[in-house]
Design a protein around this ligand. Sequence first.
Ligand code: ADP
Ligand code: MG
Ligand code: MG
Length: 252
Amino acid sequence: GSTLEIKNLHVEIEGNEILKGVNLTIKGGEFHAVMGPNGTGKSTLASAIMGHPHYEITEGSVLLDGKEVLEMDVDERAKAGLFLGMQYPSEISGVTTSDFLRSSINARREEGDEIPLMKFIKEMDEVLDYLEIDKNMAQRYLNEGFSGGEKKRNEILQLMLLKPEIAILDEIDSGLDIDALKVVSKGINKLRDDQFGCLIITHYQRLLNYITPDKVHVMMQGRVVKSGGPELAQRLEAEGYDWIKQELGIED
Ligand code: ADP
Ligand code: MG
Ligand code: MG
């Protein structure tokens, strides 16, 4: 398994400091949840790690097995085994889901070692079945006209086929009805083994009824302010975030 270490990460957007020193370590085999009120920088954390150009890293580092991720270009990050599921996945017109998946898989393999087409189709069909996704979706342009639930299932389809070392999933549960939530959770749980590490960013505790995290972290105002086990998520569900603000003397 791999280890992702986020150390003292500071990130600015258009001159405003959004992340003010985030520290987190995720190892292969571990599921971590990051929770927190809206606007605290959860998506900024995910986007900065994946190299979104709007986010300026002013301090800190992100190491994957000791290698500086922030110095890799975006393709290299994926090739090194990082996966990001976006809160708002983008539409790619003119590229079918199937072609996108196959080229993403091949981008992680060495040249000359591309996945054979038949093997790819077989693997994709198995995962489509597992996630209860209509086979026709594979031939549609990526995310174009997809419903919110279809986009999220598609993210998990990508995740299951790409088999990254470490995945960061940003609000993979947002906008899902209970059936879609169960399917998405089933997919993520299927990946659980001692090699795969996952950072699950969520505003709601609900997802964590289906995916039990090993550790829960609370982010507020650009920092991880509290960490604990699954019981922390349950307390947040019952009591909200105010008690943490009071405990830490944080003003709104
Ligand atoms: P969360 O995911 O926790 O809801 P975000 O990371 O999306 O929080 O946002 C953190 C802060 O950064 C918010 O105050 C938000 O308004 C600001 N922000 C996010 N994206 C941009 C952007 N593109 N330009 C300016 N400010 C942004
Ligand atoms: Mg948000
Ligand atoms: Mg967000």
